[in-house]
Design a protein around this ligand. Sequence first.
Ligand code: AMP
Length: 420
Amino acid sequence: MSTITAPRGVRDILPEESWKWAHVLSATGKIAYAHSYREIHLPVFEQTDLFSRGIGETTDVVEKEMYTFLDRGKRSLTLRPEATASMVRAYLQNKMQSDQQPVKLWCAGPMFRYERPQKGRYRQFWQIDVEALGSDNPLVDVEVISVALALFEDLGLSNLDVVINSVGCPACRPAYREELQTYFSDHIDELCETCKSRLHRNPLRILDCKNERCREITENAPDIYSSLCQECRVHFDAVLDGLRMLGIHFHLDKRLVRGLDYYTKTAFEVLSGELGAQNAVCGGGRYDNLSEAVGGPHLPGVGFAAGLERIVLIMEQQQCSFGRKPSIDIYVVSADETSRKEAFSLVTELRKNGLKADLDFLDRSMKAQFKSAVSKESKFTCILGESEISEGTVTLKDLRTGEQVAVPRQEAASYVLSRI
Ligand code: AMP
């Protein structure tokens, strides 16, 4: 029988990497709370309708990428491909309309999309999601963007590019769609097959096609700015003014439309040259009509999602600090058969005193135990042999300096604690 491996596009986050994730998530909590965003835990699966109605039937995510299944009660459920629709559902279901507005929330967790796996693109990946629900104030858009940038700055990321656009609203987008359809119809034979099929379903998506010829054609496509209605234009200008006020550099990108239908007005991404083809580290925008699309009342909202794997990739490439790698303070080495059991009780005492402590469970030689201490990057070893047990002492060695002392056993913890 062949050994079972993880499905394509998903991976184990091993301890060598998971401590880096913990660092990013702890920074996220710190920055989110500093901006008064509170953490929420959302379910990993939802009713399929939430996504098909919320994200949009004609989007790649809904058409091709969802992990949808029937449960034993024949209900159609979907592993969440993103968190925004769930945030809106949670807001409505938990009657957060009666809380102070905007309701500012964040969450982090795995998302699932059936995409072609490549560097920085997986079928299970983690997103950090930050959302502000219940306000149409353009300064909230600015705040959300500034939360993303504050997080990236805190993590030490550099050379990021903020790109922004407005995708209009249901009042002004139809006219722009038509304008695009007319423009692209003249070039229909030159477009890639996917874009040909997008022409009538979702012409805005042609703008962000990565195909070289499609990109050349979109170069001269009409931009949305001149089609924006008064309300969208005033909103967009206010967002840009707010960004300038905070000294946030950005580029306008008329091609930025994003893959999810629910966006209205502001759409933005943060890009990194470090990521190759998958260059977006974070994407977001405003979604004032999402709530209505899933059967709720009008509820303005704005937020972003940042990819955890991609953040870690950039940090590694830019040699950013992940803080201190977890290691142990003390490794107890037993010198002989009789001290093995005693070593276990000593380790327990040391742990109770607040030390990170470990020992050997395989009855290995002292030499092998010292090697373990070094490979676990322990700061101290504590040698326990027959003579130490009869004298009530232990021998402590500081592995950083080589200094070795014998101390009474009950003082071992305080000795090490004062030196780490
Ligand atoms: P989106 O929800 O598509 O706007 O994506 C927001 C962010 O999530 C992107 O900027 C990426 O950092 C990350 N992301 C999206 N899809 C994937 C994926 N398949 N694998 C890894 N990260 C992803």
